[in-house]
Design a protein. Structure first.
Length: 375
């Protein structure tokens, strides 16, 4: 089958990594696969190219270059004639649906990664895009959500229930695996002592990730365990980053907290942690960071957002959204476990990912949907 995948860019994000894994998986199954991006040059582009997946840069000039990128995408679709265009995230989904009537024979599949978004935390363009998605959803032949919670919310919002499919993220457990030596190297780079408990939040700096609740929880953990250390891995807008750093100082975290920025060596990052924390307040579907940490046999503590509780499969490690004390308490309970018990819990989490969220299962299920709509 001739398949095109469309996304904004190939930067280091959850949706971007899932698209990259899917593209390679579909190629291995004998399909012709091309990836189209609004902005070229992201870190994952080289990985795709080396795997034999062509990447087409649509050369979007900026946020408002919608007409230009639409014309270039339409020309490419009419020339290359893919059977299915599978788009990821808001603006690519909208363009795919709007262009479908202009491209005879094309079927469009949407990829939706979030769940219950708090749009009041974003600008007018994000709110407009979300509203237009609901109006345009019938232009897609199928809509793939990566979480049960996300699909349920879309159905309540009036999206066509018959087109909704739930396919959880797929995790490459051969890539994300226990590697204590790699973790030790990363800890040394961050200046974290080998014996210090290290709790990490792996997430872009965005309101939905609720870093402030993580920082408040970290301050509470630090009071009980002064040797503990904390790391935030992920980048974001400079003003937001500076505001969070100021809040961390006000909470007294000081040298106990590392701002690591974006990194590409994610298996090593997870291996550096004792506990991976998800503090998100809204918008999560099935969080990649939690699944990847579980695959490296790292225990996780999460908030009750999206499908995170289902992914974890451990109700006792789920805190209410925005509850810093609850998040800290669950982290302290894990840190109080004997090392052998903590390691056993990590291995159980890795096995859950192998059983329920494998890369092979995600590729197989997605291939099934694409072949169903593409004929």
């Amino acid at each position: 089958m001739n398949i095109a995948l469309l996304i904004r860019s190939l930067e280091l994000g959850g949706a971007e990594r899932q698209l990259s894994l899917l593209a390679r998986g579909l190629l291995e199954r004998g399909h012709q696969v091309r990836v189209l991006v609004f902005y070229g040059g992201g870190p994952l582009e080289a990985d795709l190219s080396s795997a034999g997946v062509p990447v087409v840069d649509l050369a979007k000039a900026g946020r408002w270059d919608l007409a230009g990128v639409a014309m270039r995408l339409r020309a490419w679709l009419r020339r290359e004639r893919p059977q299915v265009l599978y788009s990821f995230l808001d603006t690519p989904n909208l363009l795919a649906a709007w262009l479908r009537p202009l491209c005879p024979g094309l079927q469009v599949v949407w990829g939706v990664r979030a769940s219950d978004m708090d749009l009041s935390r974003y600008d007018w363009f994000a709110r407009l895009s979300h509203g237009l998605l609901g109006l345009s959803a019938r232009g897609a032949a199928a809509i793939i959500a990566n979480s049960r919670s996300g699909a349920a919310i879309l159905e309540r919002q009036g999206w066509p229930a018959g087109k909704l499919r739930v396919i959880p993220n797929g995790i490459d457990v051969a890539h994300f695996h226990p590697d204590p030596q790699a973790g030790a190297r990363v800890r040394a780079q961050w200046g974290v002592a080998p014996a210090a408990p290290l709790l990490g939040l792996v997430a872009r700096l965005d309101p939905m990730k609720d870093h402030l609740t993580f920082l408040k929880a970290a301050a509470l953990v630090l009071k009980e365990q002064p040797q503990a250390r904390f790391v935030c891995v992920g980048g974001g807008p400079r003003p937001y980053t500076l505001a969070l750093a100021e809040q961390a100082r006000a909470l007294g975290l000081g040298q106990a907290l590392v701002w690591a920025g974006s990194r590409q060596d994610m298996p090593a990052v997870y291996n550096a942690l004792e506990i991976c924390v998800l503090s998100s307040a809204f918008g999560e579907g099935l969080p990649n960071a939690v699944a990847e940490a579980m695959a490296t046999a790292k225990p996780c503590v999460v908030t009750a957002v999206g499908d995170a509780p289902w992914l974890l499969g451990r109700p006792e490690l789920v805190a209410p959204i925005g509850d810093a004390a609850g998040l800290a308490g669950r982290c302290l309970e894990l840190l109080a476990l004997p090392p052998a018990d903590l390691a056993r819990l990590g291995q159980e989490m890795r096995q859950r990912v192998r059983d329920e969220f494998s890369l092979e299962r995600m590729v197989e299920l997605t291939e099934g949907v694409l072949m169903e709509v593409g004929g």
